[in-house]
Design a protein around this ligand. Structure first.
Ligand code: NAD
Length: 327
């Protein structure tokens, strides 16, 4: 198959080339959007990532250009209009679970860094400053952690925090029987957020969960709690979170994803003036830690993404069942 692969970096090329099962891949650095969709002419399939966009207008061009398959090399599919793709007869496949531990471990890294301030200690020591002033954290042991969404990543996260001796409260529209059995306490969103010291988001972004964390739900948080989002930026209403940080209602914020990340993440703007005032404000807080959607970014996950991506493509080419089809 001739595949146009969008939003690619050196590491995508490396892993997709290594596990390619014989397809003709063209690596494009640009994201797929209304300005770049014309580049798909002459290809059979598009391979996209988290910030590429496939809406109705783009699907019309994909259909005209003869694109037969949309291949997501990620788990989330909120950036694709799947029902219209189905109407157009273009299947959408994804990599549902490549390494849930990669993202769960990154969520833990954000918690530990924000709490114990190792990033600040690292910089201080390099400057010969051995003071402990303002580096005090809190024990995670016996703290209440709220896990919103207990699918693959949420489950892996529960396993990690159990090791820290935390009390686990969870909210999911489909509670997991095994987790319940193991002592995880499921409740309503309100019950789960109440009194939690840390709230970690692991549910998908959809119409129901868009801006799940907003002015009203932030009022349910324990004063000074920590919010961690490694799921999708749209789960959190950024402007409301900024207000909660300013008032102290929110004590810490760890983000691996951001509402407007499509125009920023995965690129170097170190010599530019950042035009996004919301992220500029977030960066200014001492108790905010932002990473650039790197939760998935481990060797194991990259390998699994590449392997499953080609399994999906081969299944389509060979007329087999598309086990990872969305919708
Ligand atoms: P999953 O489908 O295994 O689990 C999602 C869970 O969320 C399910 O248990 C589901 O029942 C629950 N859920 C759905 N709607 C809900 C709602 N309205 N309220 C509460 N719970 C709800 O998905 P996963 O593999 O665990 O991934 C979770 C999310 O993590 C993905 O959707 C993706 O957005 C994100 N993700 C981020 C990265 C990263 O690099 N930061 C990498 C992979 C995935």
């Amino acid at each position: 198959m001739k595949i146009a692969t969008f939003s690619t970096h050196q590491y995508d090329e490396q892993y997709l080339n290594q596990f390619n099962t014989g397809h003709e891949i063209t690596f494009l650095e640009v994201p797929l959007n209304e300005q770049t969709v014309a580049l798909t002419a002459g290809f059979d399939a598009v391979c996209i990532f988290v910030n590429d966009l496939i809406n109705v207008a783009i699907l019309k061009v994909l259909k005209t250009n003869g694109i037969k398959l949309i291949v997501l090399r990620c788990a989330g599919f909120n950036n694709v209009d799947v029902s219209t793709a189905n109407e157009y007869g273009i299947p959408v496949v994804r990599v549902p679970a490549y390494s849930p531990e990669a993202v769960a471990e990154h969520a833990m890294a954000l918690i530990l860094t924000l709490n114990r301030k190792t990033h600040k200690a690292y910089n201080r020591i390099r400057e010969g400053n051995f003071s402990l002033e303002k580096l005090m954290g809190f024990n995670l042991h016996e703290r209440k952690i709220a896990v919103i969404g207990t699918g693959s990543i949420g489950k892996a996260f529960c396993k990690i925090i159990r090791g820290f001796g935390c009390e686990i409260a969870a909210y999911d529209i489909f509670p997991d029987a095994a987790l319940k059995e193991s002592g995880v306490v499921y409740g309503t969103l309100e019950e789960t957020l109440k009194d939690a010291d840390v709230v970690s988001l692991h549910c998908p972004l959809n119409e129901e969960t868009h801006h799940l964390i907003n002015e009203n739900t932030l009022k349910l948080f324990k004063q000074g709690a920590m919010l961690i989002n490694t799921s999708r930026g749209g789960l959190v209403k950024t402007i409301d979170v900024i207000e909660a940080l300013k008032s102290g209602q929110l004590g810490y914020l760890g983000l691996d994803v951001y509402e407007q990340e499509a125009t920023l993440f995965f690129r170097d703007f170190s010599e530019d003036v950042i035009q996004d005032d919301l992220i500029a404000r977030l960066i200014s807080f001492p108790n905010v830690l932002i990473t650039s959607h790197q939760g998935f970014f481990t060797k194991e996950a990259m390998e699994q993404i590449a392997v499953t991506t080609f399994e999906n493509i081969d299944a389509f080419v060979n007329g087999k069942e598309l086990v990872n089809r969305v919708g």
